[in-house]
Design a binder for this molecule. Structure first.
Ligand SMILES: Nc1ncnc2c1ncn2[C@@H]1O[C@H](COP(=O)(O)OP(=O)(O)OP(=O)(O)O)[C@@H](O)[C@H]1O
Ligand SMILES: Nc1nc2c(c(=O)[nH]1)N=C(CO)CN2
Length: 172
């Protein structure tokens, strides 16, 4: 059996009940085959970057997975569809966006998947929650270069569901 790989997945939503959607999506990620959510960041609110529309809610999870990176991407795309994701035009508001930010220390470059995520270093809405979970994966220069982007913490009391529990082994 493959050894588990610690990956980091970014979650975003700016359509519907976004905070609740993010928390339910974390539960869906924890149910992925051969995978387990190890930790979830707090939730953050920010204006859309490079787009117009409602504010986003963003978070990051640490996901232990025995799936390959391409298989994990397929699962993420399936979960997005389960949450009603449609793509009418680039950067359109979305019920749920899942980005594979990091897959261990692997570098992946194919027509369908690029890891580390090629725009993560430009996005405070990714770096702030990722730095909570994995400060060693977020260079200080990236944080300072994105410091002007306003990202505010959503209070946990505003969220309907509790933080996900940490589990000890990567799925079955
Ligand atoms: N690391 C990655 N994580 C998620 N999708 C990726 C990744 N690398 C490449 N992709 C590809 O990007 C495609 C389009 O993704 P999507 O429509 O969610 O983009 P987006 O979230 O609007 O923009 P951005 O990629 O800038 O966050 C996916 O179908 C997938 O094949
Ligand atoms: N604040 C914020 N802005 C964005 C986001 C996002 O998740 N949060 N996602 C985008 C495309 O993935 C484009 N812009």
């Amino acid at each position: 059996m493959r050894a588990p790989v610690l990956s980091y997945v970014g979650l975003g939503s700016n359509l519907g009940a976004s905070a609740e959607t993010i928390l339910r999506a974390v539960e869906a990620l924890d149910r992925l085959p051969s995978s387990a959510v190890r930790a979830r960041s707090q939730l953050y609110r920010s204006a859309p970057v490079g787009a117009s529309g409602p504010d986003y809610v963003n978070a990051v999870v640490a996901l232990d997975t025995r799936l390959t990176a391409p298989d994990l991407l397929e699962e993420l795309l399936r979960v997005e569809l389960d949450f009603g994701r449609v793509r009418p035009y680039p950067n359109a508001p979305r019920t749920l966006d899942l980005d594979l930010l990091l897959y261990g220390y692997a570098h992946v470059q194919s027509s369908r998947l690029v890891v580390p995520h090629p725009r993560m270093h430009l996005r405070a809405f990714v770096l702030r929650p990722l730095a909570e979970l994995a400060p060693d994966r977020v260079p200080a220069a990236w944080l300072s270069e994105t410091a002007a982007q306003a990202v505010t913490l959503l209070t946990e009391t505003a969220c309907a569901l509790p933080r996900s529990e940490t589990r000890n082994s990567a799925g079955s």
